[in-house]
Design a protein. Sequence first.
Length: 304
Amino acid sequence: MLELRHLRTLIALRDAGSLVEAAERVHLTQSALSHQIKDLEARLDNPLFQRKTRPVTFTRAGERLLALADQILPQVRMAERDLARLAGDEQGRLHMAIECHSCFQWLMPTIDRFRNHWQEVEVDIPSGHNFDPLPALAREQLDLVITADPQPLPGVHYEPLFRYEGLLAVAKQHRLAEHAFVTPAQLADETLITYPVEHARLDVFSQFLDPAGLAPREVRTAELTIMMMQLVASGRGVCALPNWALTEYLERGYVRALPLGEHGVWSTLFAAIREESRELPWMEDFLRTARETSFAVLEGIKPA
């Protein structure tokens, strides 16, 4: 009567808070997800959650199945890891590079969880290398690259992790602070604060300003997100960052955030790996852990 997919669906529904977002997380249409839940409710002769509530409110039957899912699914995951070890596939190396200055917020918890379960795999983030990460991945100098800028390279596979929205952070007293969104023309008179990377790799340029044929009045760089926020809050400029990177500063009232354009600018973050690594059990587990951790610690992201 009960299958693992049912338990995973209920967990997704609890974590996402709505049928629409839960369907995205389990890679089903909303219609297919609703049908799956209704079929399970008919088998159990019990409703599992109250309709038209947000976030979703579960019934006693639904809460009981969620408790079961919290107990069973981690054990299934552990058994899968143990079976991989028995098959002799546990040895490996995971040297990675990050083309994303704000990614450590979710990446470090991911690495911590992964190390707890795959102590045999050597995990490292090499520093001090003067090479492009993606070509280095193809040359086997690296094993994984976190990037939002995939390049077509032979033998390299891009695994989507999640989608995120770029937002413009401005001071609370800024002339744009009360606007519903910002236009490219409105940025033409601004000092834009960015990380010290090529403009082509920044969404605010590649997806927002460049298509409009416009540029900011001045570009200023800062290494750390907190430095950027201090400059923005003191009126020294504006900056565009992923929505998750701005959450804590918005909650504390340091800055205001606006969508880039009326419909916003959304991008996808990828884990780039070599084709031959795709079926390694520990690599599959790292990617799954990365997705789960991201949705647990970040706000405003969507399934890719």
